[in-house]
Design a protein around this ligand. Structure first.
Ligand code: FES
Length: 77
């Protein structure tokens, strides 16, 4: 099993479709690498005039996958 950093991943993503790894066994974190047991969270980044930073969850405890909701700071979750 790969080790995720456990912290949010700030990424400037071009418009397109993405699959966030939900199982934690990917080698291309935070994105799914097609692991057979993974059920990734799929999301789309729409074209924007300005580039936005997307804070993807790196700890997999978020309740708003694929985005960080601050759960990495909470103990016991
Ligand atoms: S990195 Fe997972 S909730 Fe913030």
């Amino acid at each position: 099993m790969s080790q995720w950093p456990g912290l949010p991943c700030p990424l400037q993503l071009p418009a397109g479709d993405y699959a966030w790894c939900a199982c934690g066994e990917t080698r291309t974190a935070p994105f799914c690498d097609g692991h057979e047991r993974c059920q990734p969270v799929r999301f789309t980044v729409r074209p924007r005039r300005n580039v936005e930073t997307h804070w993807l969850c790196g700890c997999r405890r978020t309740r708003t996958a694929p985005f960080c909701d601050g759960s990495h700071n909470k103990k016991g979750r």
